[in-house]
Design a protein around this ligand. Structure first.
Ligand code: FES
Length: 83
C-alpha cells in the first residue's frame, strides 16, 4: 500500500523523498511557511499519527507532537493538522 499524507482530514499521496511541505505544495494545498529552513516556526503543525525524520535538527522550538513541515520527511503514512 502506498503511503499517504493526511492533512486537515484530507488525504494525499506521500512522496517519501520530499519534505512534508513539498508534498502539500505539489498537491496545491495552501500551507503557511517562511524560511523553509527550520528556524522561523511558521510551518509548525501537529502530528496526530505517524513519525517524521529531520535531515538536520530544527532550530525552532517544538512542543511534543509538533512538526516543522519544511524540513521533515516521513517514510510511512502520516496524519497532520495545521495549528
Ligand atoms: S518555514 Fe520556517 S520553520 Fe518551516
Amino acid at each position: 500500500m502506498k503511503p499517504t499524507l493526511t492533512y486537515n482530514n484530507k488525504q494525499y499521496p506521500l512522496d517519501t523523498q520530499k519534505t512534508l511541505l513539498e508534498n502539500l505544495e505539489s498537491q496545491a494545498v495552501p500551507v503557511e511557511f517562511q524560511c523553509r529552513d527550520g528556524y522561523c516556526g511558521a510551518c509548525c503543525s501537529v502530528i496526530e499519527s505517524g513519525e517524521v525524520n529531520y535531515q538536520t535538527t530544527p532550530m525552532a522550538y517544538l512542543r511534543d507532537k509538533e512538526v516543522l513541515l519544511c524540513c521533515s520527511k516521513s517514510t510511512q503514512s502520516i496524519t497532520i493538522k495545521s495549528k
